[in-house]
Design a protein around this ligand. Structure first.
Ligand code: M6R
Length: 308
């Protein structure tokens, strides 16, 4: 299987790839659509193309380049009559409703949910995942709207008090581990897009391979903390160099927005802490407003990127 997309859609694709590989041991590759030239897929590879608009030129070109001889194309899109949808064998509509702001927000969460429900049902139909696990995962998904609401209110009450320290610095790092990494990447993308500040996401385990050199006294480091047991050591590494750590996690963190922040929650181990995406969106929006940047129409960007 291969999952292709750009920007936020690619970040969502990473959570879906993780679900297919961790739940079904399905070999899955993630293809950055703009860099797809030279990618070789085996015959019969199922390709999932992720695109909110369904008009992203890099994605359409990648599909042509991949030359799906015997494979099938599934489109996960918010625009069921788009160019992408017309090329696909199967279209999964995210049904998120129209999204007006350039930054993808509700379409990110909707495409993650659409993709993981597709993964669960496909793996069950193939006989890979027993019904008991399917029911457990569906129960966790049913709880998601409540968890997202809680995350919104936790973020709206906690974020204003950290805006001063975030705005004093020219940029920030975002860290995650395991299934938390795509959410760190998505947060960094949203912060760049809305605030025009640099924000770089790294797997926390990679700090010592280079990014640690960026840390100085007061550098903001936002951690997507879904209780991966390896994270405390990484947090200690950056704190020892003076970083100002902001944890988005369970009870006791700066933004207590991750419900049931334990790894007993099976979804955490497969697609990660989806509700952590919301505080990152709230940070981006409130920081942008503090800095006076344009939240709905960031400079230099378009909602649908129809040129390569
Ligand atoms: O319409 P698409 O999902 O294909 O768009 C892909 C990216 O251009 C898009 O996700 C972009 O990164 C967003 N503006 C991020 O908020």
């Amino acid at each position: 299987m291969a999952i292709i997309g750009c920007g936020t859609s690619l970040n969502a694709g990473e959570t879906i790839a993780s679900t297919f590989s961790r739940l079904g041991a399905t070999p899955t590759s993630l293809v950055v659509a703009s860099e797809s030239q030279g990618t070789v897929l085996e015959d019969d590879t199922l390709v999932i193309a992720m695109s909110q608009s369904g008009e992203t030129a890099d994605v359409l070109r990648a599909i042509d380049d991949l030359n799906l001889r015997h494979g099938h194309l599934v489109a996960i899109t918010n625009t069921a009559h788009s160019s992408l949808a017309r090329r696909a064998d199967v279209v999964l509509d995210r049904l998120a409703g129209e999204e007006i702001g350039v930054a993808a927000t509700k379409t990110f969460t909707a495409q993650v949910v659409t993709g993981i429900t597709f993964a669960i049902s496909a793996l069950h139909a193939r006989g890979t995942v027993p019904r008991s696990i399917v029911l457990r995962l569906l129960n966790e998904l049913y709880e998601l709207p409540d968890h997202i609401e809680q995350a919104i209110s936790a973020a709206e009450s906690a974020v204003p008090s950290v805006l001063d320290s975030l705005s004093e610095h020219s940029g920030m790092l975002l860290l995650g581990r395991g299934t938390g990494v795509p959410y760190a990447r998505e947060g960094a993308l949203k912060i760049k897009e809305l605030t025009y500040r640099w924000a770089e996401a790294f797997p926390a385990g990679g700090l010592k391979h280079g990014p640690l050199a960026l840390i100085e006294k007061g550098t903001p480091v936002i951690v997507v903390d879904h209780s991966d047991p390896r994270l405390p050591r990484n947090i200690a590494e950056v704190q020892a160099r003076g970083a100002n750590v902001l944890r988005i996690g369970g009870a006791g963190s700066n933004i207590p927005a991750v419900a049931d922040a334990t790894l007993n929650n099976l979804g955490r181990q497969l697609w990660g802490p989806l509700e952590a995406a919301v505080p990152l969106q709230v940070i981006s929006r409130l920081l942008a407003r503090r800095l006076g940047t344009e939240v709905d129409r960031p400079r230099n960007l378009a909602k649908a990127v129809t040129v390569e």
